[in-house]
Design a protein around this ligand. Structure first.
Ligand SMILES: Cc1ncc(COP(=O)(O)O)c(C=O)c1O
Length: 417
């Protein structure tokens, strides 16, 4: 056997990077501390008590009174898959509101599920007008309208007021991927009329990836329970299966997951205790700050980042009217190698900014300020570092304009409160 690399035995000791990309970002220290707490058995009353607390803590964050508000174990994508596989079955029809990579991800998952779908699209950098969604929904009569609240690939936020009314008009449900906005931009499940919304911890909630908060309306839960088929090994003697088709995934079967999170505590997976501690602390930090204050802080950070980048003479990507507050797309200046700048930011300043996907790869950077990193000093440090790295690469920029512009924009948002 070859000798093992001695580094294999080293303790994990990551560099102190400042993560100013589109997520993940640095976790709040309180979240990391909560995640080092001791483990509990999954039916220990302390543990099931924590599960109930998590349900209560996430309702205001989703803007809902939904009973079924809980966690899916896995990254944000696990929440998306659980929602889609449980709401839709092969042959169903869905409508996808598509304006970026994560609208394409919804389509990819629907394709695997053999769901028929149509899309209503906007070019990257724009959002889909509500009237276009309505026209498509009237034409298609989908079972579910699927959309993304903030698509980090384009940095655009899709307005969702009115989508529920359209869905009710055509007898559909609404699914929303809010991974990139939860805890940073307002979610209003009840006001929007959104039936299922899923998120992740690693962006505006300031936690690590690995847990996907989800909320499910009663109407969606009713539909999902028609597909309930309890596993043989755990089903009660008097259990009655739903009349609908069995959900096409065991791990992401929301009927069984809801039974596990209910007072039945019907065993499904083993709840990821450490992730639940982290998710609980993310929510506690968020609610202690106050949702309105937290959304304002993200808005100030986004405004400061945008103002600073513009003061540097750079051009922002996408529509000003629909910008996410927590991540900003900016064109890489002509003649500059974007990857060299990102490497210099990391090597000299320990700062990570984001690259881009698909048609935007090599054309824009995505610079985030979210969760624990949506802070004035972190925005200012990032702008100062970027200016230095761009100059070192030969870009001619106005000197020293970015930081004061960002400071002024931050103050304007905070003082308007
Ligand atoms: C809008 C959106 N949806 C889904 C995801 C996927 O999340 P995860 O990587 O946690 O599975 C991301 C991650 O960047 C995202 O921004």
């Amino acid at each position: 056997m070859p000798d093992l690399d001695p580094l294999l035995f080293g303790e994990i000791d990551p560099p102190q990077r400042l993560l100013m990309g589109p997520g993940p970002v640095n976790a709040h220290p309180r979240v990391l501390r909560a995640m080092s707490a001791d483990l509990l058995g999954q039916f220990d009353p302390e543990m099931t008590g924590y599960m109930n607390q998590v349900m209560a803590l996430y309702r205001p964050i989703f803007g809902t009174g939904n009973r079924w508000t809980m966690l899916i174990d896995g990254t944000a994508r696990a929440g998306i898959e659980a929602a889609l596989v449980s709401l839709l079955q092969p042959g169903d029809v869905a409508l996808v509101v598509n304006y970026g990579r994560f609208g394409l991800l919804l389509q990819e998952i629907l394709t695997r599920l053999d769901v028929r779908f149509e899309t209503v699209d906007a070019p990257w950098g724009e959002v889909v007008p509500m009237e276009a969604i309505r026209e498509a929904a009237l034409r298609l009569s989908p079972r579910v309208i699927c959309t993304v609240h903030g698509d980090t690939s384009t940095t655009m936020a899709q307005p969702l007021d009115g989508i529920g009314a359209i869905a009710r008009e055509v007898g559909a449900l609404v699914y929303v991927d809010a991974t990139a906005t939860i805890g940073g931009m307002e979610l209003s499940a009840d006001r929007w009329g959104a039936d299922v919304i899923t998120g992740g911890l690693q962006k505006c909630l300031g936690g690590p990836s690995g847990s996907a908060p989800i909320t499910v309306s009663d109407a969606a839960a009713d539909l999902i329970f028609t597909r309930r088929h309890d596993e043989k090994g755990i089903r009660a003697a008097d259990a009655v299966d739903g009349s609908g088709r069995r959900i096409g995934s065991n791990y992401f079967d929301l009927a069984m997951i809801m039974d596990y999170w209910s007072e039945k505590r019907l065993n499904h997976h083993t709840e990821a205790t450490t992730m639940l501690y982290g998710a609980r602390e993310c929510a506690r930090v968020t609610l202690a700050e106050g949702l309105a204050a937290r959304y304002r802080r993200h808005k100030a950070a986004g405004a400061a980042m945008s103002a600073g980048l513009r003061a540097m003479g750079l051009t922002l990507f996408g529509s000003d009217a629909h910008r996410m507050t927590n991540v900003t797309g900016v064109f890489i200046p002509e003649g500059i190698d974007g990857e060299r700048v990102r490497t210099a930011m990391r090597d000299h300043f320990e700062i990570e900014i984001g690259t881009a996907f698909g048609p935007l790869a090599g054309r824009i950077w995505r610079i985030g300020a979210m969760g624990y990193n949506a802070m004035k000093h972190k925005v200012l440090i990032t702008l100062g570092a970027l200016e230095t790295c761009l100059r070192a690469e030969g870009a001619s920029l106005p000197a020293g304009e970015a930081v004061p512009a960002a400071l002024a924009a931050w103050a304007a948002v905070m003082e308007a409160a």
